[in-house]
Design a protein. Structure first.
Length: 189
């Protein structure tokens, strides 16, 4: 059975940008860990304010929403992000995420006159797009780090590994002429 640390190391190649330092550290790709290895239990410190935690939870679901498979919330991504930032991130490495959440809240207040947590899904998508396109200070740094956190959290979760992808411990025979249109899921081994 693959553990989360090995899955994180395998996912590192998926990102075109440099890997967010806490993810690299947790995967064992960033030299010796400068933080203690804490893999179970609640986060050792509270990183988010209640409002930031609510917004982080909602935005993670906007990046990987529930479709025919469970989304980020069902996969436990918000808890993963809180744990990773609390136990694997240095205080300075948390700044892009925390500042980005605050900037998204400010942009929502400016553009929509409501809290980002009360914004509609389309409005939250627009706020994430603005971050991705660096339309406010720190937006691009926030978006890249946050996207990596959500994707690694999802695809190293049980739901991501077993429901989004199909695990075949011993893949079947090779069919070089298998039509792509017949592929149902991405297979991992």
């Amino acid at each position: 059975m693959i553990d989360r640390r090995h899955a994180l190391a395998g996912m590192a190649a998926l990102f075109a940008a440099p890997l967010f330092a806490p993810i690299a550290r947790a995967a064992g790709l960033a030299g010796p860990a400068t933080r203690p290895v804490v893999s179970e239990g609640a986060p050792s410190v509270q990183v988010f304010t209640p409002a930031q935690h609510t917004l982080m939870t909602q935005l993670s679901e906007r990046i990987l929403p529930t479709t025919d498979t469970p989304g980020a919330i069902a996969a436990g991504v918000p808890a993963y992000i809180a744990k990773l930032l609390a136990d694997w991130a240095l205080p300075a490495e948390r700044i892009p995420i925390l500042a980005g959440l605050d900037a998204i809240e400010a942009k929502s207040q400016q553009d929509y006159k409501i809290s980002a947590t009360q914004a509609s899904p389309d409005q939250q998508d627009a706020l994430l797009t603005a971050a991705m396109n660096a339309q406010f200070a720190g937006g691009a740094a926030f978006f890249e780090a946050f996207r990596q956190l959500v994707i690694t959290g999802y695809y190293t979760s049980e739901i991501g590994m077993t429901q989004e992808q199909e695990y075949l411990p011993v893949p079947g025979e090779y069919h070089g002429d298998y039509l792509y249109s017949k592929v149902n899921k991405v297979y991992t081994a």
